[in-house]
Design a protein around this ligand. Structure first.
Ligand code: ADP
Length: 484
């Protein structure tokens, strides 16, 4: 185990606040600051999307290659929005409208294999010590987009820093045709079931899981679930074989951005000691969503992608339980068109009781967390989940399925936990209308005892959801992975 300061290279396709489509960006954006107190300097390698190039400062060209998949590429070292970055500037690969993965019509970019292989190759070049002044001890690859990096490093002749592969969501795997092997500069000899091959294709995530020295995922429960046939999405055999290399570290959230005592997006600040401001947020949410201004009604909130993974179809089927309990529901989300339509229909059918806003709205998300009594998170699977962490911090009681990071971050209000004064929310299983209806009924009966509810709320607000503990765990893992 290394005791000296370490240099680490993070390879990822998104990083907050430069470019974000999901929770992955929050994690890669938070890790540099979370690791710094532990003597680890983390530098982030990202593609040179327009949003990244626009914020790049103090830029210095460190490497150049006239032909990376059909165009010139430069590796630039600099800073952007307070992060130390390496940017792979390759306009023919990254200077496009749309998001990092899909065009403006929502279709995958046809050359995603080359776009992210180029990123992984740049990471392997840095890993090999080719950038003077930055020779990393650890390479940290995130999700399938960076999955080839541990393979390039392991299969090369050069120096080999420790490699760590982190899975944020096993559902996204990056399969590309085997005909690309040579052009992606992968040795044909590694195209075997024990190597890069995955169901007749090159598996980019599989490559990372196979070749990295360590594998992590974003909660201990998800680490266990992905080793089972039910949760393994085809990777469980490999993950079981490498289980001794696999661990789960729960994510944190940015407690400066999510701080009810200092949140300028709220009508009034509040804290566990003084919840008065919370009432203003509650009334604001009711007004915004056209709900009856009823201070006694239990107000449920949802901030979510509207997808099957998130159990949003199950919620729609359980609305009768919410209405039957005299409760209200405010939904903010975007996603599947059929689910969006169904939520809009529900809002029309139950005016004053169900309110829906489609779209992505950071400010409204803060107000929902600050104003709702409880937040529903009925995910079928959930690697970590961030909404329930925000809910805990904002005094909205999380009502979650007992799966992945939801199971690891919420303490169910069962008899024993209530007696011991440790409950912070409600867990339920299975994710079916019957399961969710039963959970809603339990929440309604807990709500009836407002003093006990207040204690549960206060315990949730006191729960540490910051990056302090996860930062310490990643640092320990990095140090263990580096032998000297
Ligand atoms: P996932 O990354 O699978 O979508 P997470 O819970 O890990 O789910 O992270 C999603 C983050 O994005 C959460 O912080 C959540 O509050 C936020 N979010 C999701 N949908 C919306 C939305 N429509 N508007 C604002 N914030 C949203």
């Amino acid at each position: 185990m290394s005791m000296r300061p370490l240099l680490a290279l993070s390879i990822c396709s998104e990083v907050f606040p430069l470019i974000k489509t999901g929770g992955l960006a929050d994690v890669t954006g938070a890790l540099p600051a979370a690791l710094r107190p532990h003597g680890i300097t983390l530098r982030t390698l990202v593609p040179g999307y327009p949003a990244v190039m626009a914020r790049l400062a103090g830029a210095e060209r460190v490497l150049e290659d006239p032909n990376v998949f059909g165009g010139a590429a430069r590796l630039i070292a600099g800073t952007a929005a307070g992060l130390d970055v390496f940017v792979l500037d390759a306009p023919h690969l990254y200077a496009r409208p749309g998001n990092p993965y899909v065009d403006t019509l929502g279709q995958d970019w046809p050359d995603n294999a080359q776009r992210f292989a180029a990123l992984a190759q740049a990471g392997a070049v840095i890993a090999g010590g080719m950038v003077g002044g930055f020779v990393p001890d650890v390479v940290h690859a995130h999700d399938w987009q960076a999955g080839l990096a541990p393979a390039y490093i392991a299969l090369s002749e050069g120096r080999k820093p420790a490699t760590v592969m982190t899975v944020h969501n096993l559902a996204f795997q990056g399969q590309v045709p085997s005909s690309l092997l040579a052009s992606l500069r992968l040795p044909a000899s590694a195209y075997t079931p024990d190597g890069l091959e995955y169901y007749g294709a090159i598996g980019m995530l599989k490559a990372g899981l196979r070749y990295a020295d360590r594998i992590t995922t974003v909660s201990p429960s998800y680490a266990a679930e992905i080793c089972t046939p039910e949760g393994g999405m085809g990777m469980d055999g490999l993950l079981r074989a490498r289980a001794h290399r696999l661990s789960g570290i729960l994510n944190g959230i940015d407690t400066k951005v999510w701080d009810p005592a200092r949140d300028a997006l709220l009508p009034a600040p509040f804290s566990a000691g003084d919840l008065a401001g919370r009432g203003l947020s509650r009334a604001a949410v009711q007004a915004h969503f056209g709900l009856q201004p009823d201070s006694a009604a239990l107000l449920f909130g949802v901030v979510s992608r509207l997808t099957h993974q998130k159990g949003m179809d199950v919620l729609l089927e359980s609305l009768d339980a919410i209405l039957g309990a005299g409760a209200q529901l405010a939904v903010l989300g975007a996603g599947d068109v059929a689910l969006q339509e169904a939520f809009l229909l529900a809002a029309t059918r139950y005016p004053g009781r169900v309110g829906v806003r489609l779209g992505y709205d950071e400010a409204l998300a803060h107000r929902i967390q600050a104003g709702c009594d409880a937040i529903l998170v009925p995910s079928r699977f959930e690697p970590c989940g961030l909404t329930q962490l925000c809910a805990l911090r904002y005094g909205a009681v999380p009502v979650v399925s007992r799966v992945g990071g939801l199971a690891d971050s919420v303490i169910d209000a069962n008899e024993a936990a209530l007696a011991a004064d440790v409950a912070t929310g409600v867990q339920f299983w299975p994710v079916t209308p019957a399961g969710l209806r039963a959970a809603i009924a339990r929440v309604a009966s807990l709500w009836a005892d407002r003093a006990a509810w207040g204690r549960m709320q206060a315990r949730g607000m006191a729960f540490d959801v910051s990056w302090a503990a996860p930062g310490k765990r990643y640092a320990a893992l990095f140090k263990e992975a580096v032998p000297f």
